[in-house]
Write a new protein. Structure first.
Length: 339
């Protein structure tokens, strides 16, 4: 049996495999355990293996690539239109195989172990930040129910919380006072763990050439730099900077029909974590950039005069995405263009 392309629908344990010959005909259907995929692939050397870019796909893809196979990873949303009739695992694997044969299909680059490790650290930090925000909001709500208000800002909350609890007098019962002390300790623990992650990102940035180049861009610090290098490496997947901005969901969503273009709000597609971090960086850098006598500063001042500040922030984030692509592709640092 000659297999030219294998489509694999990955599951936690059970996986479905569909094999196509060179004419595109289905010649193999198999249901097997995830651990048996490599053994099956060894019986068909040098074929194309297609999978959705989901959890575990990069690990399996690296092992298949080391065995001489060509690995093609695709976004699940690009595979969905090829599923015929009723959805099941066999139909999914067949759709994956068929989608991988299309000449216009966009594929995802395999990530290295270092990239995946860095992404895991970012996901862990993001979870801790969400937990800290939820905890801080709950502490404020408890105190507000007792008529106690605290200044805005997380740092002010952490600095004044212990004093407020001790000086609240009869406003807090003894049980609630004990609870708030425990929650304060938990809040400080979360902040310490988040700070540890930030220090680790700073250390990695100092040792990584690509991250150091990215930090020359205004609004890009160690957190953003490591997140982008972990997600896109050297940005070889994108043919131009606008493609990266579109992948981040920072470009207008199109609804064009009959030759009449209609642009809506930003699409918000792609990596929401990177988009959020980039917009935060743009918001922090915008006041400084708008004061500079540079091409970017002149563009920002003109945009601020006629658009909502939030729109300007998103537009600046899209421009920063294009700059990130150029810095990673060309191996250079960011330079201000003086006008």
């Amino acid at each position: 049996m000659e297999i030219a392309l294998m489509g694999i629908d990955l599951g936690k344990n059970s996986c479905s495999v569909t094999g196509l010959d060179r004419a595109g005909q289905v010649v193999l259907r198999r249901r097997l355990h995830r651990d048996s995929i490599l053994k099956l692939a060894d019986t068909f050397p040098g074929c194309v293996v297609a999978m959705e870019a989901c959890c575990g796909a990069h690990y399996l893809g690296r092992h298949l690539r080391d065995r001489g196979h060509e690995v093609r990873l695709m976004s699940p949303e690009y595979v969905r239109p090829y599923v015929k009739a009723q959805k099941n695992d066999d139909r999914d694997s067949e759709a994956i195989a068929e989608a991988a044969t299309r000449p216009t299909m966009r594929f995802v680059e395999l990530k290295s172990e270092d990239q995946l490790d860095m992404q895991i650290l970012h996901r862990a930090r993001d979870r801790l930040v969400n937990e800290r925000t939820a905890l801080a909001n709950q502490i404020r709500a408890i105190l507000l129910e007792r008529g106690i208000t605290l200044p805005q800002g997380r740092q002010k909350l952490e600095n004044s919380l212990a004093h407020v609890i001790e000086s609240s007098g009869d406003l807090l019962s003894e049980r609630i006072r004990t609870l708030l002390q425990e929650m304060t300790l938990e809040l400080h623990t979360l902040t310490r763990r988040i700070t540890t992650f930030d220090e680790e990102f700073e250390t990695f940035t100092r040792d990584n050439e690509a991250c150091k180049r990215l930090t020359t861009i205004p609004g890009i610090g160690a957190l953003n730099a490591t997140a982008f290098v972990a997600a896109i490496d050297n940005a070889q997947t994108f043919g131009r900077g606008r493609d990266l901005a579109a992948w981040l969901g920072l470009v207008p969503r199109q609804f064009t029909t009959g030759g009449k273009p209609k642009l809506l709000g930003i699409s918000k597609r792609g990596n929401s974590y990177l988009r959020r971090m980039l917009i935060h960086g743009a918001r922090a850098a915008m006041p400084h950039l708008a004061r500079l006598e540079t091409a970017t500063g002149a563009w920002l001042r003109g945009l601020i005069a006629r658009a909502n500040p939030n729109v300007v922030v998103v537009a600046l984030a899209a421009k920063m995405a294009r700059v990130i692509w150029a810095v990673l592709q060309k191996g250079t640092t960011y330079q201000h263009v003086v006008v």
